[in-house]
Design a protein around this ligand. Structure first.
Ligand SMILES: *Cc1c(COP(=O)(O)O)cnc(C)c1O
Length: 365
């Protein structure tokens, strides 16, 4: 058996539970295109996320591209480079220009004090990221967006189920994107969703992910194909039954990391969520700054023991090879600094606390 510890490990239902869930697909032969499982999962997620409208997608990235496309945005979009490739790529692939704002040094979300200086007459939207499940300053972003008449699309890929003062995080901004990729807190193998409050968006969003088809004989949009299939939806239905329990198990892992790594000079562990904000315990990022080992040394020491932590997010998206010469990472010094020093430690529901201790021992030795 493989004894390695990866940074994450997908949650799965019992084999028999999944088999039971997909059984009727052999009778219905309805495998995709808004099937029964799909509709069921959409409803259950609307309830779980406290979101008025939910549209499922084949993956989070295609959902994000759709969210941008739906508003026919033009010009510039303010975003952060301390994120997964998806956020920046979605902006660029829609023919828009990302304008990179720096991040807060403590929660790594967009520094809202720096947003207004970046707004020009070409700015059409803000696409902030709830990094590691840390929630952006949503009220301040709402204020700025209102003042300058900008759309707000949240990359909520990390923020599944988080609530702010009792309100699901899906309720902020014009649209939020969630990812249900295998590695996320909740998964549908691959998958994603958009959530939104404006019912008028539903028609175009649902059409875009299905070739722009709006009726038997009508195609109103130049759409693409990003539909979630019934097997994915069935996995989601099963995983959603257990997600609360999975989050509780993640919490135990996070608490053990906190206990072991708290108060060590040169190691910064995540701050507790602000008052009124819940946590989904999605990630445990640690910053090594002035510690006896550098971040890269810690990566190497863990790897020697077959433990795979992840330099997440490094490099900044603005430093990707594919964007060579286009952006300057010196405009976001905090993001650049953090990206050099941060490491995401292994975290998943089934991670044994003994393994957490072993990981901490290697880091601390
Ligand atoms: C996972 C992720 C995405 C993309 O989601 P997929 O479902 O993998 O397409 C986008 N943004 C962030 C921050 C992510 O972590």
């Amino acid at each position: 058996m493989d004894q390695s510890i990866q940074v994450t490990r997908p949650s799965m239902p019992e084999f028999t539970e999944y088999i039971e869930e997909i059984k009727d697909l052999w009778d219905s032969r309805w495998l995709t295109n808004n099937g029964k499982k799909h509709r069921q999962l959409e409803n259950k997620l609307a309830e779980y996320l406290g979101a008025p409208f939910v549209t499922l997608f084949a993956n989070g990235h295609s959902a994000l591209e759709c969210a941008i496309e739906v508003f026919d945005l033009a010009g510039e979009v303010i975003t952060t480079p301390f994120t997964f490739a998806s956020t920046t790529h979605a902006i660029v692939r829609n023919g828009l220009e990302p304008v990179f704002c720096d991040i807060n040094p403590d929660d790594y979300t967009i520094d809202t004090e720096k947003i207004e200086k970046l707004i020009s007459d070409k700015t059409s939207a803000i696409i902030p990221v709830h990094v590691y499940g840390n929630i952006c300053n949503v009220y301040e972003i709402e204020r700025i967006a209102g003042k300058y008449n900008l759309k707000v699309i949240y990359d909520s890929a990390h923020a599944f189920g988080v609530t702010v003062n009792g309100v699901g995080v899906a309720n902020f901004g014009d649209i939020s994107m969630f990812s249900f990729h295998a590695t996320k807190v909740f998964n549908t193998i691959e998958g994603g969703a958009l959530t939104y409050r404006n019912e008028n968006l539903a028609k175009k969003i649902n059409a875009l992910k299905n070739f722009g088809i709006t009726g038997q004989d009508s195609v109103e949009y130049i759409g693409y194909n990003a539909k979630m299939n019934e097997f994915q939806a069935a996995m989601g239905i099963c995983n959603l039954r257990h997600v609360q329990e999975q989050i509780q198990k993640r919490k135990a892992v996070v608490e053990r990391y906190r206990e072991r790594l708290n108060g060590i000079r040169g190691i910064t562990i995540p701050t507790e969520p602000q008052k009124g904000i819940t946590s989904n315990y999605a990630y445990f990022p640690v910053v090594f700054d002035g510690y006896k080992y550098s971040r890269d040394e810690v990566v190497y020491r863990l790897r020697q023991q077959n433990i795979y932590a992840r330099k997440y997010f490094y490099p900044l998206t603005s430093s990707f090879q594919c964007y060579k010469g286009r952006f300057d990472d010196k405009t976001t010094p905090t993001a650049k600094y953090i990206a050099e020093k941060i490491l995401v430690l292994p975290l998943y529901a089934d991670l044994d606390l003994k393994d957490v201790d072993r990981i901490c021992d290697i880091i601390l030795k």
